[in-house]
Design a protein. Structure first.
Length: 320
């Protein structure tokens, strides 16, 4: 029976890894549909190469930083327990690689390819694993201190903070450092400040990206249990309710704008990750609705009033 459990656990987390890997196609198509046509091919190539660099950085450095596990051992040892540790690495890699994919959406249409890949290696090899180790592997005694001081550890079941907030705030930093796209905010002949409109180049591709992300998110959240015996239908339904809440409120507040309508479910899913294993589905619906409202309001503020050229709205979507 033990060998059966090992095999089913390995298969379970492998399926989760594949679902979250598919989310990276969603990131690519979401960015492709949002940027101008001249940058669509760049968006597709960038996400794929970013993932490849992330894999190398996390395999050789990042996973060891976060969990103290090295793969510099024999293949026979790596294959123990049906290779569970390897597929667990694969699953957590897809989370780590989401960091540069998130940032990519914010800095689209103006970041140079080479420096961005170097930044990806540093972020996935060192920066993200530092926070990952604190939240999910008891590093530096932070969780123990929180429990001793406040009676509970910091709880982030599937990465609302560890993955999304880290990616969103790093994305905002990168956007501010690079500045706006050429001609986005300018003065007209009378000296008046004007904003050049850069509408989504392809709503169908934007919608496709959002759908792929939303479907893959159920692997992101549900498979965060990491073993089959810990799977919870509560996580699945809470994810569903948050997605629905985010969709409806973003559509309403965005006045049926398809860009808001298709980012609304993503906002809800980001928000519910942390507590999806604890809250009631009705609470998840409210969480998703609030997240959809925050996204619409803050995206509008950042673009129009604060003149922060966050192309895909990664800071209001993932950071907040």
């Amino acid at each position: 029976m033990e060998s059966v459990k090992q095999g089913t656990d390995a298969l379970f987390i492998l399926l989760g890894a594949i679902m979250v890997l598919a989310m990276h196609a969603g990131f690519a198509f979401l960015e492709l549909g949002t940027v101008r046509k001249k940058n669509q091919v760049n968006a597709l190539v960038k996400i794929l190469v970013d993932f490849s660099v992330s894999t190398i950085a996390y395999f050789f450095v990042g996973y060891a930083v976060a969990y103290g596990v090295s793969f510099f051992t024999g293949a026979e040892a790596l294959a123990a327990k049906n290779g569970y540790e390897l597929v667990k690495f694969f699953f957590l890699l897809t989370f780590a690689a989401a960091i540069p994919a998130i940032i990519s959406g914010g800095i689209a249409e103006r970041a140079r390819f080479g420096p961005q890949l170097i930044a990806t290696a540093v972020l996935v090899g060192f920066v993200y694993p530092f926070f990952e180790g604190i939240a999910w592997n008891q590093h530096f005694g932070v969780q123990a201190w929180l429990k001793a001081s406040f009676g509970a550890e910091f709880h982030d079941f599937a990465g609302s903070v560890v993955v999304h907030a880290v990616g969103g705030w790093l994305g905002l930093t990168a956007v501010l450092l690079l500045g706006a796209r050429a001609g986005r905010y300018r003065k007209d002949s009378s000296g008046k400040h004007v904003m050049s409109a850069h509408p989504p180049s392809s709503i169908p591709f934007l919608a496709l990206g959002a759908w792929v992300l939303a479907v893959g998110w159920f692997g992101f959240n549900v498979m965060s249990a990491q073993t089959l015996d810990k799977i919870s239908g509560l996580v699945a339904v809470n994810s569903l309710m948050a997605m629905v809440g985010g969709t409806l409120v973003a559509t309403l507040m965005g006045r049926n704008d398809p860009g808001f309508a298709y980012n609304g479910p993503l906002a809800g899913l980001v928000a519910v990750c942390a507590g999806s294993d604890l809250m009631h589905p009705a609470g998840a619906l409210v969480v998703g609705a609030v997240a959809g409202a925050i996204f619409v309001q803050l995206f509008t503020l950042t673009q129009n009033r604060w003149k922060i050229d966050d192309v895909l709205g990664v800071w209001p979507l993932h950071g907040l």
